[in-house]
Write a protein that binds this ligand. Structure first.
Ligand SMILES: Cc1cc2nc3c(=O)[nH]c(=O)nc-3n(C[C@H](O)[C@H](O)[C@H](O)COP(=O)(O)O)c2cc1C
Length: 278
């Protein structure tokens, strides 16, 4: 195909027009290369997002403060004191807390330039390994963040983009009340200053693993949830794993894309009482 194009250009360019034909061909090759490089994120990896949806400009992203990778709160203490918390203080979350929780959920830990083997070409590779393990490093879970009361973050539904460690707004609407109804009226969903929803893109994992994908995706949701629990505990926040909800209702409330399915809801807020000093 490409040689056919070259051939006809050379034919047109025979004799005096040869150079203009060749130049035209080179120009299109260069244009094609530039477009291909920019669409793969090669030119400016931080300037675009990828995932289930198409690429979005950086201007639409809300950058989160960088997460910290150390603290005085040991992992042992977080494991010992982790518990499900269903009541929260009325105070807002800070952007630093949101940043830390989302990083713990699905943040990047290491760069990885090439997509893993048997990557479903329907999706764009984001280019990194993350805080939670994933079968084949295929990362089938999308993290939504429903902000009700967060300092410095307008209310609404956002999606987390690990590559940029940023949030992209999906809608301005505060969906907590509707989400609470979809979660069998569990009051913690409406009362929490923020709610995390994990949505599974099974096709990313089934492309490689076939029928075993479903169990892999569910196992991964558990890992991510535990990361969120432990990080919340270390920050003095509370959360609870919510599995009881109507799948179609949650999908509808959040207007999830056709290939995303809700798996876990986790309200998030300040614990009513600080952890005891041990
Ligand atoms: C798969 C799963 C589904 C759950 N669903 C709900 C739920 O819908 N509502 C709720 O309040 N807690 C839910 N939980 C939280 C459990 O009730 C809680 O983990 C359990 O009571 C143990 O308490 P702990 O987490 O404080 O140790 C769920 C936990 C898991 C692992």
């Amino acid at each position: 195909m490409r040689s056919g194009v070259k051939f006809s250009l050379l034919k047109i360019g025979a004799r005096g027009k040869f150079f203009s034909g060749a130049w035209l061909f080179s120009f299109f090759c260069l244009l094609f290369t530039i477009l291909a490089m920019s669409s793969s994120g090669f030119c400016s990896p931080g300037a675009r997002v990828s995932g289930t949806q198409s690429a979005e400009p950086a201007a639409e992203l809300v950058s989160l403060p960088p997460p910290r990778y150390d603290s005085q709160f040991s992992v042992e203490k977080a494991l010992k004191t982790r518990q499900s918390v269903r009541e929260y203080r009325d105070s807002p979350l800070t952007l630093a807390e949101v940043s830390q929780i989302l990083w713990a959920a699905q943040g990047f830990t290491r760069e990885r330039k090439e997509p893993p083997s048997r990557w479903n070409p329907k999706y764009e590779w984001q280019g990194g390994l993350r805080t939670a393990p994933s079968a084949g490093a295929l990362y089938p879970l999308e993290i939504y963040f429903l902000a009700g009361k967060v300092d410095g973050l307008p209310g609404g539904l956002y999606k987390y983009w690990p590559r940029q460690h940023a949030l992209k707004k999906v809608t301005d609407a505060d969906k907590r009340k509707e989400l609470c109804q979809a979660a069998l009226n569990q009051p913690q969903v409406e009362k929490a200053p923020a709610v995390i929803v994990m949505a599974a893109v099974y096709e990313r994992t089934s492309y490689k693993y076939g029928e075993r994908a479903e169990r892999y995706v569910h196992m991964e949701a558990g890992s991510i949830a535990e990361n969120i629990y432990l990080q919340a505990t270390a920050l003095g926040l509370g959360t609870v794993f919510i599995g009881a909800f109507s799948d179609p209702d949650v999908k509808k409330v959040l207007a999830l894309p056709a290939d995303e399915f809700p798996l876990v809801i986790m309200p998030l807020g300040q614990r009513p009482a600080p952890l005891e000093k041990k």
